[in-house]
Write a new protein. Sequence first.
Length: 422
Amino acid sequence: RPRADLLIRRAEQVVTLDGHSKRPVRGEIREATLGIVEDGAVACVGDRILAAGGTAEVEAAVAWDAGTIVIDARDRVVLPGWVDCHTHAIYAGDRAHEWARRLRGESYLDILRAGGGILETVRATREADTETLVRATVARLRRMLALGTTTVEVKSGYALSVEGELRLLQALQAVDELVPMQLVPTLLGAHAVPENHRASPDAYVELVTEQMLPRIAATPGLAAFCDVFCEDGAFTAEQARRILRRARELGLGLKVHADQFHATGAARVAAEMGAVSADHLNATPPDDLAAVARAGTVAVLLPAADLLARPPGPAPVAVMRELGVPMALATDHNPGTAPVESMPLVMGLACSWLGMTPEEAVAAATINGAHALALGHEVGSLEPGKRADLVVAQAASYLEIPYRLGVDLVRVVVSGGRVVRG
Ligand code: NIG
Ligand code: FE
């Protein structure tokens, strides 16, 4: 019998989400889809899961000794670590004052057009030295980790120059060394048109396709994905297509900020180009959502941004469910529209506000988030061989996590086999 380094036993429930590593979960998600085991256990060795299932079954399958960490999980629920598949966590400054202006009626896109919003954070980020950026980002990610996020995607996008975006992605490599979580870096060079290219946005698009992308793709591991903010006042669907096509040629995966405020055709472009995810989708017409469903592109819903940025309406969960669009959830952590770090809070908003079922929210925060990062084989469920990333929450059932909005129920977090909280 293989020896376990870590054994979590006698949990009220272990929510394994097993069987969904190949394809995202879509359509009707029931309790059975979640692979729930009562009186459950999980055993880990090194950074991997050895076994997950009933306590008796797991204890019969593995060996343990005085060196094994044993955690009693009575009155607790064990789930896969959250996969926060969309954040902008590397930046300097904050925009609380802009948030207050928006609460008095100003619009997010008008502020951006006037040179504020994203462009204000760009100025602050360009001015910050790398050590400051690394320190601030590490602090944010550590707080996310304490709330159960074990995999996090982080986008660049607050530099908007070749050297600047490169510096942010290199800083993320330093961050990755300092935080025990899986960090997935994304290039978002096309986050806004920088001030010096205002007169000719196409020239900036060309800079991205001809200089930024080749430069960044030349260093393996610097960026796994390329993303574009496709929106009135940012980039058009046609410009997005040019950028994504080049990124795909260079071997990067694709993501799109699509239709947050206006129907731009971006979700359709994401589907056409085979993007792993199309994110936001507040204003996407049903036909385009159907294209997303057909392509198997994951819809990443960002309820915190829906709450703060005030798009025309929240993401259309019922339509997506009907069309079989696979749904993931993320914080969208950024200083403008989502100063949020908590995936449980996002799950709560997704249910009580957007109308997701708790089962959909649990799948969306774990295995479907993994698929939105092309990591379905590696994280997002509790199955032998996968990364030992898990959350132990003080609850009788997984329902309590989205139900108890804003309450931190997380007691233990294990990331890559290490107990990082608890
Ligand atoms: O996903 N909408 C574009 N990007 C971010 C916001 C970034 C910012 O406002 O700084 C988002 O909401
Ligand atoms: Fe975003």
